[in-house]
Ligand binder design. Sequence first.
Ligand SMILES: CC(C)[C@H](C(=O)O)[C@@H](O)C(=O)O
Ligand code: SF4
Length: 384
Amino acid sequence: MIHDPMGALVDDALRDSCGEPRHPERVVAVQDHFVPAKDIESANLSKRLREFCSKWGVKHHYDVRWGICHVVLPEEGHAAPGDVIVGTDSHMPTLGALGTFSVGIGATEMAAALIMGKLWFRVPETILVKLDGSLPEMVFAKDIILKLISMIGVDGANYKALEFNGSILKVMEMDERFVLTNMSVEAGAKTAIIPVDDVTLSYLNGRLRRAPRPEYSDDGSHSDEISIDVSSLEPLVAIPHSPANVKPASEVDAEIDQAFIGSCTGGRLKDLEVAARILRGRRVKEGVRLIVIPASRRIYLEALRRGIIDILIESGATIGPPSCGPCLGAHLGVLAEGEVAISTSNRNFRGRMGHPESRVYLASAATVAASAVEGRIVDPRVIA
Ligand SMILES: CC(C)[C@H](C(=O)O)[C@@H](O)C(=O)O
Ligand code: SF4
């Protein structure tokens, strides 16, 4: 997978190596970060990726409108259990929720992978993360993964694989599973995986382009094990400037300027649905900007059909086109100096969503929606 911010670099690296893609039919290109183009530089990047695709015969090219790569690949059937997938984005492990081995790589490695059709990896050790219990009201996968990151730290899983298992997975839908694998990266994980089960197979039904070949861990193959009883969790927030800096939402005291519901870990249908449940019949606080960006056009369409978008707009939200949007401070909601945002995205590093003196808090869609109503960070159970 190659996307718009990296396509030009991959093209340069290919040219420097005098090579060409061996299997263009295995390449997927997605225009998602700076779309629709926000300035001349991003327009040029998008153009370079388009030219790359036509030059090398890359047919799976998802241009402006399709959505974010980590959402589009699974939706369009490009991630099958057992696949080894590489992509020029750090959140590639998201696809591990479908039982793939998926990792992020740089442009030169991508050039090598394209030319050779293979890459070298050291097999990562696997930490088993056992999630048992039952999720309390208004507690979601985002709260579970924030809890895990706070327990092991931003380097706690460096070059390791995180495997999620336990009784909670049996009742966890795909939209939530992707949140766990996506944000494993924020704990340093090389990749993440969830064993393929009926939930995976029913999600894949009708989408897949090839037969699934699920792989399962051997007994005793994990280097470590972490258990979390999710019954004891409450809505959590990562406070600036680290995803490991986690506190209960009820203990955070912060007024907000902007609330963002979107990104590859917070713009799925489930997130929009949960937000609409809270925002129905309520108004976003005067002075707060609520920006909602469905992570793909399929999600956008489904949210329209279900009346979710109406509820969000009536509450005062602005809806943006499927893209990464403000997640990396690119466009559609960049923060000014001193501004504070709460966001369903995955990173709150200094300056991530705009000015270095802005502050970003991370939370579930429920916590973000409730905070938009109150104008300050709150535990969503106070208004749910
Ligand atoms: C721009 C891209 C290379 C980057 C990444 O690899 O993660 C982005 O998606 C991010 O989330 O910071
Ligand atoms: S939504 Fe954010 S985290 Fe995800 S790929 Fe885009 S910029 Fe990266």
